[in-house]
Design a protein around this ligand. Sequence first.
Ligand SMILES: Cc1ncc(COP(=O)(O)O)c(C=O)c1O
Length: 375
Amino acid sequence: MRALQMVDTKTQYEKIKEEVDRAVLAVMNSSSFINGPAVRDFADQLARYLSVKHVIPCANGTDALQIALMALDLQPGDEVITPSFTYIATTEVIALLRLKPVFVEVDPLHFCMDPVALEKAITPNTKAIVPVHLYGQAAPMKEILRIAAKYGIAVVEDNAQAIGCDYFFTEQEKKKTGTLGTIGCTSFYPSKNLGAFGDGGALFTNDDALAASIQMIANHGQSKRYYHDVVGCNSRLDAMQAAILSIKLSRLDQYNLARRQAADFYDSAFAGCSSLLTPHRAAHGTHVFHQYTLRVTNGQRDALADHLTAKKIPNMIYYPVPGHRQKMFASFQTQAIDLPVTDLLTQQVISLPIHTELDQEQLQCIANGVLEFFK
Ligand SMILES: Cc1ncc(COP(=O)(O)O)c(C=O)c1O
């Protein structure tokens, strides 16, 4: 059996090696490493895939979130509502820009922002909402967008974990996550569903003025060469990553299907285990399983993690400390906030290996390792 890993990018690469190697060599021979045709081609291809007007590539997903908030022209102290149960990048950029993170509760089933908690948290100072499509599942965007429209607040979707996910407004009308709000952000970190061989990220929007502003901010605030109109940053996707991402984008649906099939296997293996809650699949969207995350409800999560680790079965806790309890936000006094669902999830969740290359033998071995613990 191949060694178990949380993510197996090596085996995935071996299957597309010839195509990738050829594309990387072509970039090297072109000497067009920054903002060349490979980057433009990838951005166009991704815009078509997402059915969105503008895709602006950048250096990583954290930059994408930062640039999105910069483009909204927020003022220091403006409030940005976001879940506490997310990767730190979502919330870190809010504080970095001297905005105020306002942490709200997530839904215990799908782990994404709870719209009721969102509406309660809105004040006259709320200027943006940042929902996260966590683990590859869409946040309840219809409700979030309705609330945002009611109060005239921008929505920046953190789509780092959910590229390719469909959101269903109705049975007939579906759109890709990341294209539903004012601006969408994603990451091409290697382990992501659409992963580069290094760092990368992108922003999406249907708004022409915002797209121009994002483009400018990502390029030193430059409107034309050496004319800098606003304070920006330097955030670029390089051409080699773009060339690789183009190849992988053409397989993204197939990759997401492979993840879903692995999740189906786990779901049926754990169906009879009363101490485990398998991932809920919300009717409002497809789940692209960036993570396969169980809830261990008998208080034995850490013991299960130790058991799996001893058996060389990789596992991870995403995330052990919620945003509102992180020291970095001490000055916002977020520790006093009461988020019982978030706190409970940080004690119960455990993620198992999920990627495009898991075979039946590996899946069975992982499932057996988990089930053995509960015997
Ligand atoms: C939810 C979420 N937001 C943002 C990011 C940041 O992306 P990057 O690592 O490319 O900066 C990540 C990636 O780890 C993420 O999972």
